[in-house]
Design a binder for this molecule. Structure first.
Ligand code: WT7
Length: 629
């Protein structure tokens, strides 16, 4: 399954397009199956209905853990680096990981969790987060990890949508200089949710929390006398493995569903090839397990390859701005996978904090989450990679489960700010907004994928129609990514950014409608329009144009109260960068907000706003423009 040279890539790619089933059949045969599949692929993009490795039976944790017990039981599977430098780091060998996961799996069973049940996991980056994810997978429960930065209200929405009756959380967390009681945040979600059966609480902070008798259970009590062996549940390839919520251009976040067989094969395949993983390399992906990057490239991809994966509880700037680099040296990290926003924020401190570290262990660097600008790319390559390490810019999405377009470290090459070539099995195509195919090279268009790959999302939880409309109905027989892209003369792809109403703030995805709805919850607000604008560090910032009720004052206090509303409705990650009070919004006769104009104003490009004659009240544009921030 390994590609090592450019020509091997070309051969693999050709085969993956000409005989995709044969191609994936061979790759999937490298894994441990309890029963082999009858048919490699069943699909149509109209319903949509995609099934890979039909009737195959497996358990992903056997591939991530048990397999390695035979060959390398004492190899370190997870290195855990805590938030505080004064606290000891921890390591877990594959054997230890096995027992930790089995123990937690048995605890979950004892609490009544059954195959198919949804378990919401709301935890900081502690080892128990990885154990919890794998324990769910072990017993066939569906994990729904919610990033521990979302608010009570956002947790409640996700619990309700997933009908999750079980929660795993902790008493508290510390990230950087801040400590928080996150059990309280979970409790806050339960005002609106009355079907929770059990909450399993990990003690991280020794803090005093409110435990409700019968419902809330400390993990350190529940695991007493529990066996550390737990047979792996037999799962169908197409049984759900997890749900992960992500924002779209409309409404509330949707629960992207991934299934066991295809997701395992694709996350493992891409990990091995994109990073050109070699045995004994130490891999550090700095994402949080609350996002898909953490699912695929902290947990499943690396562990399925028997790698050592590093989990970091803290933030890049605590206690000092060189924390990333000191962790790289401390644990002799070989593969370092991070986000452009992190690189840009660290660049702002200059090269000295990074240059003072040796970083000689680093061999390969990766970037993910948003387009990486050339300046950040070169800084990363020069100062972190010391000019020795290939940088892979990996384009993918929560919905794709794994890396789709990228260079492979040291195998294929691309200029800065180009993601590069499609992975084998990925068939990108470009269309005009109206859906006309754009052939050839040196062209720009909307990015679609024409053929299924093993980890394409199967549905959006509880609402298949939404999945169809969002991804498969815009352009016939194509998966629509929502991204705009340029294909150069050599067939390499450069991602331009979202073409829908999704904004990408520090690698986090928000639907403008989602933020608008949240702001509208504030009693001072009549209506809001939100757009993204270029932001030096975050990639995009959130710019909110707000119409106030007549009784409300256009003051800083009102702005603060709007920010508080957003923090309450979504979480601190959704704080707007700019709020402008406006007397009205530019609307067309049909009542649609002309966001194009607001985007221009937010970008500060007010000289040429284009045609505004179709607006009901064109004069509003001037009023907004002169007061722009
Ligand atoms: C959106 C997906 C799975 C990665 C983490 C974010 C943007 C992602 C890149 C990249 C340019 C990128 C796209 C995509 N994006 N990676 N390397 N270059 N843009 O996952 O939250 O599902 O967001 O992030 O716009 O559609 P996500």
């Amino acid at each position: 399954m390994r590609i090592r040279t450019l020509s091997e890539y070309q051969v693999a790619y050709k085969k993956s397009v000409e005989t995709p089933e044969l191609f994936w059949d061979e790759i999937a045969s490298n894994f441990q199956w309890k029963k082999k599949w009858d048919k490699t692929l069943d699909w149509n993009f109209t319903e949509p209905n995609v099934k890979w490795f039909v009737n195959g039976k497996l358990n992903i944790t056997e591939n991530c853990i048990d397999t390695h017990l035979e060959t390398q039981p004492d190899k370190i599977a997870i290195i855990w680096e805590p938030n505080e430098i004064g606290e000891e780091f921890k390591t877990f060998t594959y054997r230890q990981l096995y027992h930790e996961v089995c123990t937690m799996a048995n605890v979950l069973k004892n609490l009544g969790v059954k195959k198919g049940d949804r378990v919401c996991i709301y935890l900081p980056m502690i080892p128990e987060l990885a154990f919890a994810v794998l324990a769910c997978a072990r017993i066939g429960a569906v994990h729904s990890v919610v990033f521990a930065g979302f608010s009570s209200s956002a947790i409640a929405d996700r619990l309700i949508d997933a009908k999750a009756e079980f929660i795993i959380t902790s008493d508290g967390m510390s990230r950087g200089p801040k400590a928080m009681n996150i059990k309280e945040i979970v409790d806050g979600a339960l005002d609106k949710v009355d079907f929770i059966k059990k909450i399993l609480v990990i003690n991280r902070m020794n803090s005093i929390v409110n435990m409700v008798a019968e419902r809330d259970v400390w993990y350190h009590d529940a695991n007493q006398g529990v066996s550390d062996e737990c047979p792996a549940e037999e799962m169908d390839s197409e049984d759900m493995l997890f749900i992960l919520y992500t924002s779209g251009s409309t409404g509330k976040p949707k629960g992207v569903v991934h299934t066991c067989g295809g997701y395992m094969v694709y996350s493992a395949y891409t990990f091995a090839n994109v990073f050109q993983y070699e045995p004994d390399e130490i891999h550090w992906c700095t994402a949080d397990i609350g996002w898909v990057t953490g699912h695929s490239y902290i947990i499943y991809g690396p562990l399925a390859n028997g790698a050592t994966t590093l989990m970091f509880e803290g933030i890049p700037t605590y206690p000092e701005v060189d924390r990333f680099w000191s962790v790289c040296d401390k644990h002799q990290v070989n593969i370092f996978y991070t986000a452009p926003t992190a690189i840009r924020s660290l660049m702002a401190y200059g090269a000295e904090p990074v240059d003072k570290h040796n970083l000689s262990s680093l061999k390969k660097l990766g970037s993910v989450g948003e387009p990486i600008n050339e300046e950040a790319y070169h800084w990363f390559e020069r100062h972190v990679g010391k000019g020795r390490c290939p940088v892979v810019d990996t384009w993918w999405q929560t919905e794709t489960g794994g890396i789709m377009i990228t260079t492979m470290a040291g195998v294929t090459e691309s200029p800065a700010s180009f993601a590069g070539y499609p992975m084998p099995g990925i068939q990108p195509s470009l269309v005009t907004p109206e859906g006309k195919p754009i052939e050839g090279n040196d062209v720009e268009g909307y990015l679609c994928i024409d053929y299924p790959w093993p980890s394409v999302l199967r549905t959006t939880y509880g609402d298949h129609e939404r999945c169809r409309i969002n991804y498969f109905a815009t352009y016939q027989n194509k998966y629509f990514t929502g991204d705009g892209v340029y294909r150069d003369k050599d067939g390499r792809y450069r991602i331009i950014g979202r073409v829908d109403d999704v904004i990408n703030v520090s690698g986090h995805r928000f639907g403008t409608a989602e933020i608008e709805n949240a702001i509208d919850e504030n009693p001072a607000v009549i209506e809001t329009a939100v757009v993204g604008y270029p932001h030096d560090i975050k990639g995009q910032g959130i710019y909110a144009f707000v119409i106030l009720e007549s009784h409300a004052e256009a003051s800083d206090d009102t702005k603060k109260s709007i920010i508080d509303t957003l923090v309450k409705e979504i979480g601190p990650i959704a704080k707007p960068d700019k709020i402008q009070f406006v007397p009205g919004l530019p609307k067309t006769r049909s009542g649609k907000i002309m966001r194009r104009i607001l985007r221009k104003i937010a970008e500060g490009d007010t000289a040429n706003l284009g045609d505004i004659t179709t607006l009901i009240d064109p004069s509003i544009v001037d009023l907004i423009r002169i007061a722009a921030i």
